[in-house]
Design a protein around this ligand. Structure first.
Ligand code: PRX
Length: 670
């Protein structure tokens, strides 16, 4: 396996034609972006349409220091624009009307379609007009709970056309989680589909939405209109499974509307709503360490520049390339690198509905071959799951079109990196290990294809405009080699501006620990060559298959069970998921800790949060290791999860005998 010193140089053919073809060029551009952000981003902004022109005196202002007043970031203040206009009308004017925006590949290989830029604009305008006809207007929030289908992109862009703020929720979240998010943002409208097949699994999306809307109503919030795409009828169900599920879709009079009943007859033109650069574009919930999800708010002008620029350089996208990001549209990666970044570059992308394993475990490679994909972007958890299968599943496909391979969502381990690099990339692709967050809006640390010598597992260097700093516990900057808190000392255009309706929480969560810096919540190490290696979360967050969740959120669900008095959750390393949930449960004497309880607890987590949050291990904990002040020592619980008896100093424990008991209680399967 490669060591920290192993370096892979970019392939000569990748470097020769790359937008940024040497490390020296990267460094020069980076320095310019830091020394003169107005000029750097101003030049990029010229490619886009600004209805109200840019005022260079107010191009970029910010305050990151809570001691100096409220935290804020503003880019291109005063300029107005419309994102859908820039992604669609502008590209059509530039001659890309007949270019394919998306190749849609269904769950079943027999299902596929495509959409040009011209057609996409028409569909966006139609749906924007429908939204308007239902009274949805600038500033209103629209909740979206959709599968990976073309209407999802249309719905997103239709919101931006009229200035409504979209709030997507990954269609794997439970009705409870969804309703909590709808209520928090007070969404007036909801957009969904009847259902979807993911592999051989059927997801009844509309009925989850119905449950969510019922819960909202019980909490005093009524969703006024719910649009439903009839998707099931047009797709092929997995063989042997009942196909026409849509007959069963219940529709509520006066609230629910089939997409096909209103969209086809709507007008294909819709004048764009000109938005201020700092007007909200969308919000997207991410887990908070206190348990309550945070509505991360992104705004218009800066986000557009950042999505466009990161997409172009990090994937080295060229006009005739075909790009594919496997992320779900319900996560930030889907927002920035399925929708906004590619469309801002008039790119052609693949939009894939299914899983890597259906109908066979080589589906990803079959799709790469089918569309001659040049840039492929996925998560380490998928890579780890796929590398378990025999190599021939990869090698039997022609993957010679690939030039750039991306990774996102969690650290990529060197084994997975090497497999990706050698087997999938044939040792001729650049691997871009992109570190970023829902909050950062786009890549912030990443290698660049053609420019950055690669070290397996290192997110490497900052993107343009990003100034990373490592801090020690006292807030002192670590120069040169060392490990510390990963923070940023200034905003880049695409960073979040606030938490929806909760600016105080924004300031305390991200800016109070180290005044003057945005705190990522991750740790990082800088090696002797200046490469940054993200070491993982420094707070109580877990990253399961690239899905971030907080220990508090899972613990509070577990303690809802009538038999549980206390719960503590820690992350345990997992060979495919990266991390999995290991839960310690103290019962309250009303129920016995047994297999039935374990099943019930797993079910509660699935129902309240979503299937992706299901714990791997639940063990009985008659007592938890606590300090005298009552704080749970998670460090010790992590050791117990690993069955590692080297637990270090336990002198601060109120009762150290619980440790032995917990080791003894480890389930055999753990
Ligand atoms: O811990 C980092 C991890 O994922 C977190 C952000 O999660 P989320 O907001 O859901 O966004 C995921 C997609 C951008 C980070 O705080 N993370 C993300 N990418 C990497 C990573 N950790 C290490 N290396 C990465 N490339």
């Amino acid at each position: 396996m490669p060591s920290e010193k192993t370096v892979y140089l970019p392939d000569k053919n990748v470097a020769k034609n790359a937008h940024i073809s040497s490390f020296a060029q990267y460094k020069e551009m980076y320095q310019q972006s830091i020394d003169n952000p107005e000029e750097f981003w101003g030049e990029i902004a010229k490619q886009f349409h600004w209805e109200n022109p840019i005022n260079y005196d107010k191009f970029f202002t910010f305050n990151f220091d809570v001691c100096k007043g409220p935290i804020y970031t503003k880019w291109l203040d005063g300029a107005t624009t419309n994102i859908s206009y820039n992604l669609l009308d502008r590209n059509i004017r530039n001659g890309h009307g007949d270019k394919i925006a998306f190749y849609w590949e269904g769950n079943h290989p027999d299902d596929y379609s495509r959409l040009t830029y011209k057609k996409l604009l028409e569909e966006v305008c139609r749906f924007a007009n429908v939204l308007k006809s239902k009274g949805i207007k600038r500033g209103d929030r629209v909740a979206i709970y959709m599968p990976m289908i073309l209407e999802s992109v249309i719905a997103i862009l239709a919101c931006t056309r009229i200035g409504a703020v979209h709030s997507l929720v990954f269609a794997g979240f439970s009705a409870d989680s969804f309703s909590e998010r709808i209520i928090d943002c007070q969404a007036r409208a909801l957009i969904t589909a009847d259902g979807v097949w993911r592999g051989e699994k059927y997801l009844a999306l509309k009925s989850i939405c119905d449950q969510a809307m019922d819960k909202c109503a019980k909490n005093g919030h009524n969703v006024e209109v719910c649009f439903v795409v009839s998707h099931l009828e047009r797709v092929t169900a997995p063989s042997g499974v009942q196909s026409n599920q849509s007959n069963k879709t219940p529709m509520q009079d006066g609230r629910d509307i089939w997409w096909h009943d209103v969209v086809p007859q709507a007008s294909t033109s819709c004048y764009p709503e000109w938005m201020q650069s700092e007007d909200p574009l969308f919000m997207l919930y991410t887990s908070g360490s206190t348990g309550k999800p945070k509505g991360v708010l992104h705004t218009t002008g800066g986000y557009l520049l950042y999505a466009a620029t990161t997409f172009k350089y990090v994937f080295d996208y060229k006009p005739n390339d075909v790009y594919w990001c496997t992320a779900d549209i319900g996560w930030i990666t889907g927002h920035t690198y399925v929708v906004y970044g590619p469309l801002a570059n008039a790119a052609t992308s693949v939009l894939y509905e299914g899983t890597p394993f259906y109908p066979q475990n080589d589906r990803f490679w079959g799709v790469v071959e089918k569309y001659k994909v040049n840039q492929f972007y996925t998560a380490p958890t998928a890579i780890r799951a796929l590398m378990k299968f025999e190599d021939s599943l990869v090698t039997r496909h022609d993957l010679s079109s690939l030039r750039v391979l991306g990774s996102v969502g969690e650290p990529i381990n060197p084994e997975a990196w090497m497999w990706y690099y050698k087997l999938v990339g044939g040792e001729k692709c650049s691997i871009v290990d992109t570190f970023w967050q829902t909050e950062t809006g786009g890549h912030v640390l990443t290698p660049l294809p053609g420019a950055t010598p690669m070290k397996p597992g290192a997110a490497s260097f900052p993107f343009f405009g990003v100034q990373p700093v490592l801090l020690d516990e006292s807030g002192k900057e670590i120069q040169g080699e060392g490990e510390g808190y990963l923070v940023f000392s200034r905003p880049w255009p695409g960073m979040m501006r606030s938490l929806y309706n909760n600016h105080d929480r924004y300031e305390t969560t991200y800016f109070s620990k180290f005044p003057g810096y945005y705190c990522t919540g991750d740790g990082a190490r800088r090696d002797a060559d200046g490469y940054l290696w993200v070491t993982g979360r420094v707070d109580d967050m877990l990253n399961v298959s690239g899905h971030l969740m907080s220990t508090a959120e899972v613990e509070s669900v577990l303690t809802e069970h009538r038999g549980v008095s206390e719960a503590a959750v820690v992350a345990k390393p997992h060979p495919v998921k990266g991390e999995c949930l290991y839960c310690f449960i103290t019962t309250n004497g009303q129920v016995e800790f047994n297999a039935q309880l374990v099943t019930e607890l797993k079910k509660i987590v699935r129902e309240r949060i979503g299937p992706f949050a299901q714990p791997d291990v639940i063990q009985s904990a008659p007592g938890l290791p606590k300090t005298r002040s009552g704080k749970i020592m998670r460090r010790i619980l992590r050791k117990i999860a690993l069955n590692d008896r080297d637990i270090g100093d336990i002198s601060s424990l109120a009762d150290s005998s619980v440790v032995d008991q917990l080791f003894a209680n480890r389930p055999i399967s753990a």
